[in-house]
Design a protein around this ligand. Structure first.
Ligand SMILES: *Cc1c(COP(=O)(O)O)cnc(C)c1O
Length: 410
């Protein structure tokens, strides 16, 4: 017999999440999520869907009509875009500078793309010339990029890539999950055809919804894909040239018809997540997108000053670091996991570990969304310094805190 008494009510401990995501959700987002459900075709609900499109056009800096949510975590947005754009045999080029570049390759291969990569060592980013040279050589149909790769904490500059892609007739996509809201992203000005994000990094929400935006050219491409059943779409663009999209859930044509005025039934919109996404966008646009990015820059800089103030080394090319996450080299003779455990057990603060070539070599500390705050930065530095001193990495206690504090007084 199942003993229901041993299953307590959910009551997670109060943690300060200072890793590379997820982070603590803004209480306003949690309150929005606790709102009662309404029917999916209730005019209030479809009104909220339209508002979400408008709000996210503001966040993506775009006029793109198709700016909406894909239900699922960030990779749902990635999969919807790649599955809907890539035809079997298409050439794609992926500049890989961390783990999430490999994810794009992996998904593109499942779409039967011919995947070409260029790589730089982890901790670096690409120059526009390196990418253009590869485009000339490979002649891809799509360029798939990651804007901020949390695995290395680096931010790939995208400003010049759209123009390069246009000259060579290449579609330009970026996974902006980790960087969105905390670093500039200019969808239209930078010539992006598609971009996707998530809520659990700089947007201050939970994971489970992926905002995306698609250019009119991208829409044309999706509309050319065949439907499984003839006549499933009402849209006159459908001419069925290209092979069908091998997913129902991620068929962007169907999702556009669901979000558009046709309101053709597809999935049931994840209502509570839409409430969350709407509140995330409202929070940032109330603050001002530029102010929000400046806040991430400020707290990122304070964290960096504190880490350097206690004599720790940082990882990667700092001139290309994301505002919202910092790689910290684990000092010699210190066991990285022991430090993370003490941070969690004694201070209830979570900092991030690392993967692949960086495993056991760096911690990743995030200052993003709701946690891009002075108190969070000062608390984290104080705790980390105390833990390291206790484990034998000697620094002047308080030096980190004062260095970060000075940063705020400037
Ligand atoms: C964190 C992150 C993701 C997360 O994907 P999920 O499906 O939400 O876990 C995706 N891409 C990048 C670049 C990230 O940093």
């Amino acid at each position: 017999m199942l003993d229901i008494a041993k299953f307590d009510q959910i009551n997670p401990p109060s943690r300060l999440l200072m890793g590379p995501g997820p982070i603590n959700a803004d209480p306003r987002v949690l309150r929005a999520m606790a709102s009662q459900l309404i029917g999916q075709y209730d005019p209030v609900m479809t009104g909220y869907m339209n508002q979400v499109m408008e709000l996210y056009r503001g966040l993506f800096n775009t006029e793109n009509r198709w700016t909406m949510l894909i239900d699922g975590t960030s990779r749902a947005g990635i999969e919807a875009i790649l599955l809907s754009a890539i035809r079997p045999g298409d050439k794609v080029l992926v500049p890989v500078f961390g783990r999430f570049g490999h994810l794009l390759c992996e998904i593109a291969r499942r779409c039967r793309a011919e995947v070409h990569t260029i790589e730089v060592p982890w901790g670096d980013v690409f120059t526009p010339d390196q990418i253009e040279d590869a485009i000339k050589k490979v002649k891809p149909r799509l360029l798939l990029t990651v804007q901020g790769d949390t695995s290395t904490t680096m931010l790939q500059p995208l400003e010049q890539l759209g123009e390069i892609c246009r000259r060579h007739g290449v579609l330009f996509y970026t996974d902006a999950t980790a960087s969105f809201g905390g670093n500039a992203l200019e969808t239209d000005a930078w010539g992006l055809d598609a971009a996707s994000a998530g809520l659990q990094k700089c947007l201050g929400g939970p994971s489970g919804s992926s905002p995306i935006t698609l250019s009119p050219e991208f829409e044309e491409i999706v509309r050319r894909r065949k439907c499984v059943e003839e006549g499933i779409r009402t849209d006159e663009h459908v001419d069925g040239d290209d092979e069908m999209i091998y997913s129902n859930y991620f068929d962007l044509g169907m999702i556009m018809d669901y979000w558009g005025p046709e309101r053709l039934n597809h999935h049931t919109e994840a209502t509570s997540m839409l409430f969350a996404a709407r509140e995330c966008a409202r929070l940032i646009l109330e603050e001002g997108l530029d102010n929000c990015i400046a806040r991430h820059e400020l707290h990122g800089a304070a964290l960096l000053a504190g880490i350097q103030g206690m004599g720790l080394e940082t990882f990667g090319d700092l001139s290309h670091k994301m505002n919202n996450v910092l790689g910290v080299v684990i000092p010699k003779d210190i066991h990285g996991e022991q430090v993370r455990q003490m941070m969690l057990n004694d201070f209830s603060i979570e900092i991030g570990t690392s993967f692949g070539p960086l495993q056991g070599k760096i911690w990743r500390i995030g200052t993003m969304g709701y946690n891009a705050r002075k108190d969070c930065v000062l608390q984290t530095l104080t705790a980390l310094e105390a833990v390291l001193n206790r484990l034998g990495f000697k620094s002047t206690q308080g030096a980190a805190l004062q260095a970060a504090w000075n940063c705020y007084d400037k």
